[in-house]
Ligand binder design. Structure first.
Ligand SMILES: Cc1ncc(COP(=O)(O)O)c(C=O)c1O
Length: 394
């Protein structure tokens, strides 16, 4: 069966890592006969892209689900760059974001001309609102806040709104909020879908995500003026005629990707239910049979568990890398997402201007273990057994 092995978060091939008994991820994909008719139609009509009927339907159905207008784009990375520009980021302006995230979050800030200011995280892996508040109070030059719904656990959206509003009041101008929602298609806070928070949210649809289109992203916003700008940005800067008035690149989604996205959107509730039930069972077994700590959750929120990241207990922190090596030898495909945290990575060290104690602590202890909607009971049993053995044998 096709599985995905990754370097960083980049898909490098469609086979399990050599010798892996349990892959890190098995992407949710349609069978060929479920999309053959649509693919055939696209091939015979020649309508491959340029906001065709499948991409348009995908956007309409997503907009309905998210409670915000959704634009399909070619990747989350490019969507984040567009979003920062649509929010008016000027060259050299500072953007507050967590260092505990995938590199694309901060790359987007640099590409859009901004300067990252790294904020610490809370023990639940999402941005620390206390640290954010302190930085906003100390540095009036921070122009924007970028939260991340890490692994699919929503950031503390209400508290972030309040912190940005207080800072905006002091500054006398708005401080927009952007969410990197790469992991969080399917997450909710109360009865609201992630996608409807902040000023703009951006999802990823790559093979390791909860709604797979192959490659792709979705930009969502409730602000029609921002959506109008974003429409132009993903279409070379054109808005209605061959006369560009805005910045832009090719950020379009192809019809083939939209067909796969639509297929998975139609079964997203089913996939989320499978993920939630399996995550709860996995966490129970991990707690009962090992000393690892399961992923934090928060009452009132739905978590996608895009990654199922456990923590090595504090007293074994020095053994994390040995445990990872043991698990890989046993055929359990694991990663240390997100270590090194960004302020410890070569390209971003120059922005390591403040202490980030929780980020450093958790980055030293994380292990992302295999998890996906179709993971079997036997696979989970095998992983938990290897985790148990790793604590004594690694
Ligand atoms: C937090 C985060 N942001 C952004 C991205 C980039 O997404 P894409 O590969 O669709 O550009 C990823 C990819 O894994 C991610 O994990």
């Amino acid at each position: 069966m096709a599985t995905v092995s990754t370097v960083g978060n980049e898909t490098v091939h469609a086979q399990a890592a050599p010798g892996a008994k349990v892959p890190l991820v098995r992407p949710d994909l349609p069978a060929l006969d479920e999309v053959a008719e649509q693919f055939g139609e696209i091939l015979s009509s020649g309508r491959l892209s340029n906001f065709g009927p499948y991409a348009t339907r995908f956007e309409n159905e997503l907009s309905e689900r998210l409670g915000a207008e959704a634009l399909a784009v070619s990747s989350c990375s490019v969507g984040l760059v567009f979003a920062l520009q649509a929010l008016g980021l000027q060259p050299g302006q500072k953007v507050a974001l967590p260092a505990f995230t995938f590199v694309a979050t901060a790359q987007a800030v640099l590409y859009a001309g901004g300067v990252p200011v790294f904020i610490d995280i809370d023990p639940d892996f999402t941005i620390s609102v206390d640290d954010l508040r302190a930085v906003l109070a100390a540095d009036p030059e921070i122009a924007m806040v970028m939260g991340v719904h890490t692994y699919g656990l929503p950031a503390q959206v209400d508290a972030i709104d309040a912190a940005a509003a207080e800072a905006a009041e002091r500054a006398g101008h708005p401080i927009p909020i952007l969410y990197d929602a790469a992991h969080a298609l399917g997450s909710t806070v109360g009865d609201r879908a992630v996608g409807s928070f902040g000023d703009i949210e951006v999802f990823s649809l790559s093979a390791t995500k909860t709604l797979v289109a192959g490659e792709g992203g979705v930009i969502a916003s409730r602000h029609s003026d921002l959506i109008a700008r974003l429409r132009a940005e993903r279409n070379y800067g054109f808005a209605g005629s061959y006369d560009a008035h805005a910045p832009g690149l090719n950020g379009k989604m192809s019809e083939f990707h939209a067909v796969i996205g639509l297929h998975n959107l139609n079964r997203l509730d089913e996939l989320m239910a499978q993920r939630a039930a399996k995550a709860a069972a996995y966490a129970d077994r991990i707690v009962q049979e090992t000393d690892f700590l399961p992923p934090p959750t928060r009452p009132g929120t739905a978590h996608t568990f895009k990654d199922f990241t456990i923590l090595v207990p504090d007293h074994q922190r020095d053994r994390r890398d040995d445990i990872v090596a043991f698990l890989k030898r046993q055929g359990v495909d694991v990663r240390t997402y997100f270590a090194p945290a960004l302020h410890r990575q070569g390209y971003f060290e120059r922005f390591a201007t403040r202490p980030l104690p929780t980020t450093d602590d958790l980055a030293a202890r994380v292990i992302a273990i295999p998890f996906f909607a179709s993971i079997t009971d036997d696979e989970m049993t095998y992983v938990v057994e290897q985790l148990r053995q790793a604590q004594t044998n690694a």
